[in-house]
Design a protein. Structure first.
Length: 523
């Protein structure tokens, strides 16, 4: 668990936390966990949660990344009290709060003022166009997780606080912003622990009060490697080599370098994934959103990466987190990201959704990522049955698109494979007993009026009782005729969604597909 020492005196100030991402790419799940903990602590103490965009790296920062971060935060439900406009299409206008601007690129005059103050006090100096801060004293600070840290002056070096291009470095900007915005608790990743000596030295030099520091351990892959966007390149590279892929249709020289591990450009990973129908590992919040994860499930799982609620509790909602969160239960050890466990959490979260919410979320997912489902989504009675069929079976929203695809393809696209184990068992075994039963049942199904899944189910039951056979003797051949496999939802729902006309057409196609086998057995 966390640091047993009492690092900081209890503050009577209003609690203020912040999340300060750099818009140089997508929001990583590690960043989302940091945002979650900062948000939860502020909510617990009825304080303020600030979202600040640290865009001083002008070469790598982009408005697109900023908008992506804001969309991800809103999707997660982590609303901020101060920061960019919640309308992600124009985050720079009408910023929220009295301590802005909340983009570091808009605060250059503020940084310049404090840098000049350090220069005038002899605490900073010019060096080849840049400005460096003098580190000539021992530094001691306390972290709520890792305890007291002492760094001797001999182990410290002067560091740049303003680059030659006039922009402040991360170290200078973050210190000024935290101080002027009244941040009381800095919650951030462990990679910043070594930077903290610089930050407290600057705070002391400028006469600002130190905040409470809380550094979170890293999130790792199951093999112990750091979880990063390079994981996508690694998976794509291996798949390309296994498939002996030598080109993706553009930049052949750069692609060869990608295969040779000389670059990790995402455009090649994505191109490989598209060509090979490959699923790349989810790393960023947007990856999990696009894969059909539920925000509540992702946040629940992220909260467990480094924080222990106690009493063997694992599944909980945000209200529980707000009530129970504390630094004393944050561990020092790195956490391993268990995708199977997250998938289990997500499956449970989906199963607990009310039908209206599930229908809305699934419809949004399908239209956004699988537009071929648009007609089904826009058919309310049929889509309601589709949702009823797949909510109990779905691990992710996107998984439904694969499971239910046979409902939306043209009848001619259903594939029947005579070598398939289930086809042999349910259709071809015992001189095509299943096919003959299917053909006989189809004549009765054709007479069923009006048609509904429930009526069809009752017909199957009556048909089987009259012949003293198990209902599976009809249901399984029906499933194969409709989908090409025995894996479908409840047979009544399957028939309801499929409808009478297309069910009969697919039965006829199935019988035609195996007509040669039936003729042989008839001889």
């Amino acid at each position: 668990m966390g640091n047993p020492l009492q690092c900081a005196a209890m503050t009577t100030k209003p609690i203020v936390t912040r999340f300060a991402p750099s818009p140089t790419g997508a929001l990583h799940v590690g960043g989302a966990r940091t945002a979650l903990f900062a948000w939860a602590y502020a909510r617990q103490h009825k304080g303020r949660f600030i979202l600040r965009i640290e865009d001083t790296d002008q070469k790598r920062s982009s408005p697109e990344s900023t908008k992506g971060i804001l969309r991800d935060m809103q999707w997660l439900g982590l609303r901020w009290d101060e920061g960019p406009n919640h309308a992600a299409d124009d985050p720079y206008a009408n910023q929220l709060g009295a301590n802005g601007p909340y983009f570091q690129s808009q605060r250059l005059d503020i940084y310049t003022k404090h840098i000049n103050q350090l220069i005038e006090a002899g605490l900073a100096y010019e060096d080849d166009g840049a400005i460096r801060f003098r580190m000539d004293k021992d530094v001691t600070f306390c972290d709520e997780v890792f305890g007291e840290m002492k760094i001797a002056a001999a182990d410290l070096e002067d560091f740049v606080i303003r680059k030659a291009d006039g922009f402040p470095t991360f170290h200078m900007a973050v210190v000024i912003d935290d101080a002027l915005m009244g941040v009381t608790h800095v919650i951030r990743g462990q990679e910043h622990l070594n930077n903290t000596s610089k930050h407290v030295a600057l705070l002391d030099a400028l006469g600002f009060e130190r905040p409470t520091y809380v550094h979170l351990s890293s999130i790792l892959n199951p093999d112990g490697s750091k979880m990063s966007k390079r994981d996508k390149a690694k998976v794509a590279r291996k798949a390309a080599k296994d498939a002996k892929l030598t080109s993706v249709g553009f930049d052949d020289d750069a692609f060869a370098a990608f295969l040779d591990k000389k670059n990790d450009e995402m455009k090649f990973a994505l191109a490989i994934a598209e060509q090979l129908n490959l699923d790349l590992p989810e790393i960023n919040v947007a990856d999990f959103r696009d894969s059909g994860y539920i925000p509540a499930a992702l946040l629940n799982y992220l909260a467990l990466l480094g924080w222990n609620p106690g009493d063997d509790i694992e599944q909980f909602d945000l209200d529980f987190l707000i009530q129970q969160f504390g630094f004393d239960r944050i561990g020092k050890s790195n956490s391993k990201f268990d995708r199977a466990k997250l998938l289990s959490f997500n499956s449970d979260a989906i199963s607990k959704l009310d039908t209206g919410t599930f229908s809305m979320l699934l419809g949004q997912q399908l239209v956004a990522h699988h537009p071929e489902y648009t007609d089904l989504v826009n058919d309310p009675p049929r889509f309601a049955m589709f949702c009823l069929a797949y909510q109990p079976r779905a691990h992710t929203l996107d998984e439904v698109a694969d499971m239910g695809r046979f409902f939306i393809i043209h009848n001619s696209e259903v594939q029947y494979n005579a070598d398939d184990k289930q086809v042999k068992k349910n259709l071809l075994k015992n001189n095509c007993e299943g096919l003959r039963t299917l053909a006989d049942f189809a004549t009765e199904l054709e007479q069923l009026t009006p048609f509904s899944g429930e009526d069809a189910h009752n017909l199957i039951k009556r048909y089987c009782e009259e012949r003293e056979m198990n209902m599976g003797k009809v249901a399984q051949p029906l499933r194969i005729a409709i989908s090409g496999t025995v894996v479908t939802p409840d047979i009544a729902l399957t028939l309801d969604i499929m409808g009478k006309k297309d069910t009969l057409l697919r039965i006829m196609r199935c019988l035609d597909a195996f007509s040669a086998q039936m003729e042989v057995t008839a001889e």
